[in-house]
Design a protein around this ligand. Sequence first.
Ligand code: KG4
Ligand code: ZN
Length: 347
Amino acid sequence: TKTLTILGLESSCDDTAAAIVRQASGAPAQILSSVVLGQTALHSPFGGVVPEIAARAHAEKLDICVRQALTEAQMTLSDIDAIAVTAGPGLIGGVLSGVMCAKGIAAGTGKPLIGVNHLAGHALTPRLTDQTAYPYLMLLVSGGHCQFLIVRGPEDFTRLGGTIDDAPGEAFDKTARLLGLPQPGGPAVQAEALNGNPKRFAFPRPLLDRPGCDMSFSGLKTALLRTRDQVIAEKGGLTPQDRADMCAGFQAAVADVLAEKTRRALALYLFEHPATPTIAVAGGVAANTAIRAMLESVCAENSVTFTAPPLALCTDNAAMIAYAGLERFRAGGQDDMTLAARPRWPL
Ligand code: KG4
Ligand code: ZN
């Protein structure tokens, strides 16, 4: 029943984050603080995340984040049991900044260092927020990732399938760019889609004709580009209604693909784990209300429990890293100063 207090660091993409999570074994975890400093403004002139700029900003902001997380939790480093850090996968400059910062703190305090897989952080979030019991099926949908995982333990995952090209968030972002909408594209496209007719333009449902849980989203943005250029060629420009209809059609296509592939992943999962019919979702795209509603109805039609963490914990944050580190540490896992930053690190 040892209570553990873990400092977590996250810097694998364009959010610099630090958080402190505490848990007595068997009890719900508590987020004592969770600080996220986004970099959207730094990258927006370039229309996408610039790795070099991201790395520099992480290096400049990580210590500020850590200090703020400690202050908000009314703690000092001496109150921390271990330091967890995202060691990959992600943009290597950012991951390196985080790992070096964590090693510095570990060296200075003599506390244990725990490398965490960013995807494991997302995948364990339902345990942080809802104490979801193992095993469960996870749909991870973000700007960089899209996969179905059976989550059996803090380091025990089975991948059932995933995207073979773009992640859905990336497709939302590219769609927004093609239609002149602001970044990040997901919320902008969702807002436009509210006023649109999803049936006006026919968008493909890639890979539904093939068995299995793999998905593809890059063809959707090509279809959108073609549709956009066709409308512009016919009418000389896009009206707000054209834009809304394209967003609605695109979003419906993504939701349909995710729904059908979720049905298939669920069938595979339930075959092995009929006693724990639970599906959880995480990642930035889980914020999409149409996609959430679709997942809820797939779960309802199969009598499966649906769990979605609150929005702030669906997108990148350090509380999920602290929590995944906490579970790993409780199970006896830790690293030493040879911990490497990994650009690729499949679960
Ligand atoms: O998990 P996340 O913060 O970062 C990683 O990719 O790891 O996810 C960010 C992605 C972006 O691509 C963003 O456009 C997308 O999530 N997103 C959304 C929505 N809100 C954020 N996509 C669709 N609908 C939304 N409401
Ligand atoms: Zn992420």
